[in-house]
Design a protein around this ligand. Structure first.
Ligand SMILES: [Zn+2]
Ligand SMILES: [Zn+2]
Length: 277
């Protein structure tokens, strides 16, 4: 059945992109404020908000991608918009999954995704990584899964499957609620590929190592109870490669547990821990 996007509630509203953070919201006029920028984790722009319509974004931004010939195609924008999250198309014979999202998908990018089989499941770790999720929903009509505690951030799109604690999207591919960075923060584990899509649970800092944070811009660390929950999740997962919302790097369960144990050994702290002792 062909998907008819104007059946969605709010389909007559205009999507607006906040250029400071990259968050989209639908409104009947230019939004008065951006909920992500005014959230405690972030900072509003010094010189006022700037909101762009989809047409204005398309005129200023191109979508680029890597890994077209592999199982994971990574999408981003040039120039970077807002905080610049990546989107990951996970290619599977039983239906593709799209996790996290970049701020804009040009027609070539959408046509590429269509040529690779479209999208069966569409989900994201947390609101910083929604990107233009609404564009993928309108084009491909996937099942949109969002953790129930993050539903207040989903003004720009429609959730079909509110996630509780975990959901197996396909054999060996599991979405798991971690909480922490956001109340609904979730990660995606691809067991066969020993790959963890970690969202903003983790951040790579090159040779300086690996960190975790409650609020990156404001340098707010995670609480001990939140770290204990992260640890509980990671202890059940095996992986060699981690895709965060922004970076990809070789990284194992032992590397991540070392970070969490350092966090739990003293006062909460913001900043990286070396991945090798
Ligand atoms: Zn914003
Ligand atoms: Zn984040």
């Amino acid at each position: 059945m062909e998907f008819i996007p104007w059946f969605l509630p709010g389909a007559y509203l205009t999507p607006y992109l906040c250029t400071n953070c990259g968050f989209w919201q639908k409104h009947f006029t230019v939004p008065p404020t951006c909920p992500v920028c005014t959230d405690f984790r972030h900072t509003p722009p010094d010189d006022g908000f700037r909101f762009l319509t989809p047409e204005a974004v398309a005129a200023e931004v191109s979508t680029v991608w890597t890994g077209e010939d592999t199982d994971i195609v990574t999408f981003s924008t040039e120039p970077c918009v807002g905080i610049g999250p990546n989107g990951y198309l996970i290619r599977r014979p039983d239906g593709n999954v799209f996790f996290d999202g970049t701020a804009h998908y040009g027609l070539e990018a959408l046509d590429l995704i269509a040529s690779l089989g479209g999208i069966r499941w569409l989900t994201a770790s947390h609101p910083h990584a929604y990107g233009a999720l609404w564009q993928l929903q309108e084009r491909f009509a996937p099942t949109v899964v969002i953790q129930v505690k993050d539903l207040p951030w989903t003004n720009a799109f429609q959730t079909a499957w509110p996630l509780d604690e975990s959901l197996t999207l396909a054999p060996g591919l599991t979405l798991i609620h971690t909480a922490g960075h956001f109340a609904g923060h979730s990660v995606l584990h691809w067991a066969d590929k020993r790959t963890l899509f970690a969202g903003d649970m983790l951040k790579f800092h090159g040779t300086a190592g690996l960190s975790t944070h409650k609020g990156f811009n404001r340098k707010i660390p995670m609480s001990h109870a939140e770290i204990r929950r992260y640890k509980e999740v990671v202890q059940g997962l095996e992986f060699d490669t981690v895709y965060t919302t922004f970076e990809t790097a070789p990284c194992t369960q032992a590397d991540v547990l070392r970070l969490f144990d350092r966090q739990l050994a003293g006062p909460p702290f913001f900043g990286p821990v070396p991945m090798e002792d």
